[in-house]
Design a protein around this ligand. Structure first.
Ligand code: SF4
Length: 116
């Protein structure tokens, strides 16, 4: 392992998290699988996990507050959850906004190339 730990956050989908315990996200992270396979051999830390806020009217505001919290934790890479990719009409906007501040990866578990 290199010394330079990579701090990662996952942002998921509020509605999905009412039922999902994020097992797939955590399994992939803990085992360096799927979207986290790119960090093989690196020291990684999950420094944040949250949802996008659920409301399209306050999306930017919700993301801005999470961005500030991620930055305060030293997060450099954000993974947008696979359920946001498959279910949110705001996926592209979320990717774009987060991409202004972080290295952004557009899924967590499953295939990199799954269609929205
Ligand atoms: S990406 Fe999968 S495991 Fe993660 S919160 Fe969404 S449905 Fe749950």
């Amino acid at each position: 392992m290199k010394d330079d730990k990579i701090k990662i956050a996952i942002i998921s989908r509020e509605e999905t998290l009412q039922k999902c315990i994020a097992k797939g996200c955590f399994r992939a992270f803990n085992n360096y699988e799927d979207s986290f396979a790119r960090y093989a051999g690196r020291d990684i830390e999950l420094a944040g996990f949250c949802h996008e806020g659920g409301s399209s009217e306050t999306l930017r505001e919700n993301l801005d507050s999470r961005i500030e919290s991620f930055k305060a934790q030293g997060v450099t890479a954000v993974h947008v959850s696979s359920c946001l990719r498959s279910r949110s009409p705001h996926y592209d906007e979320i990717m774009s906004i987060l991409g202004e501040e972080f290295d952004v990866v557009g899924y967590t578990h499953g295939s990199e190339n799954t269609e929205k």
